[in-house]
Design a binder for this molecule. Structure first.
Ligand code: CP
Length: 325
């Protein structure tokens, strides 16, 4: 267990060692147990987290805010549109100023080609830890919660197979940060990874290189398939969600046209039946119901989406307690 995390940023899990991530998971399990038993755990009494959002959120906002209250502190909700950020406050100014008012700064900025850079610019100017609540490249708190959930449901994840698949959704071009984070994190913990998508929905080449390198080091398989049904066969974890064709085009209309070609990429009962016995269905939410996944699957016995959403709370509390105390 690593005990020297105070003051650290969490912008990408790639910058945290496996042992540090294991520490987060151990602390998250302790905090989950404490909450279930009603045991107070005010590790961050009188501390304040600034939460800066450039993009909508349900789970991330609610879980960070609840988590800070449960740790004895407070979370400030700040939206870019209703502050002077819209009128020119720079990333450096935000880092300097919010860092002086607060004990941590959490940011969600998923703008393609902008988000990660913005968070790093704030971090460079901040005297307190900066936490990535999702950017264009990574969604570390989501995938930490995913790893915790897989371990809870399947036990030791080593040797299990996770299918990280694209799925059709009509609502909007979703960021590629979750599949990118999953394909890099899961092999580090011994899971075989199957990445499945239509040809237009590739991930970034340097992320693919990292994922392959993690798989090589862990001696697990990393496969890329373009056949949706094949992705389900014999897998232990189905993680199928939509993302945008960012690497192909940044034009919204062209992206939407490409997505429309794959309307049959829906997770349904027939496809889930192809998976291994006891396989679980995961989705970070929000899902496009009966477009991306049927009600029968997301509300069915294989679905763990609510436990997955709950675990956001516990892993975030663990990281905040370890970095902001
Ligand atoms: N999974 C996730 O990040 O949910 P929100 O977009 O609602 O925060």
């Amino acid at each position: 267990m690593q005990t020297h995390l105070r003051g650290r940023d969490l912008i990408a899990l790639e910058e945290w060692t496996r042992e540090e991530i294991e520490t987060v998971l151990h602390v998250a399990a302790d905090l989950k147990r404490a909450r279930a038993l009603g045991v107070p755990h005010p590790y961050l009494r009188d501390k304040v987290l600034a939460m800066l959002f450039f993009f909508a959120s349900t789970r991330t906002r609610a879980s960070f805010e609840a988590g800070m209250a449960q740790l004895g502190g407070h979370a400030q909700f700040i939206e870019s549109r209703t502050t002077q950020i819209a009128h020119g406050d720079t990333a450096k100014e935000i880092g300097e100023i919010l860092g002086r008012y607060n004990d941590g700064i959490a940011i969600r900025n998923v703008d393609w080609g902008v988000g990660n850079r913005y968070i790093r610019d704030v971090a460079a100017a901040s005297r307190v830890p900066v936490l990535n609540m999702q950017c264009d490249l990574w969604h570390p708190f989501q995938t930490l919660a995913d790893l915790m959930t897989i371990t809870e449901k399947l036990g030791d994840p080593r040797g299990r197979t996770i299918t990280v698949s694209w799925a059709y959704a009509a609502s909007y071009q979703k960021p590629i940060s979750i599949p990118q984070d999953l394909v890099c994190l899961m092999p580090r913990f011994g899971l075989h990874v199957r990445l499945v998508h239509p040809p237009e929905f590739s991930l970034m080449p340097d992320v693919m290189e990292r994922a392959r390198e993690h798989a090589r080091r862990a001696n697990v398989r990393f496969e890329v398939l373009h056949d949706f049904d094949a992705g389900f066969r014999g897998t232990d974890v189905v993680y199928a969600k939509s993302w945008g064709a960012m690497l192909r085009t940044t034009d919204e209309r062209e992206g939407a046209r490409i997505i429309q070609q794959y309307q049959d990429w829906i997770t349904d009962e027939r496809r889930m039946a192809l998976a291994a016995p006891g396989a679980i269905y995961m989705h970070p939410l929000p899902a496009d119901r009966n477009i991306e996944v049927t009600d029968g699957v997301i509300d069915g016995p294989a679905s763990v989406v609510y436990d997955e959403a709950e675990n956001r709370l516990h892993v975030q509390k663990a990281v905040m307690a370890l970095t902001m105390s």
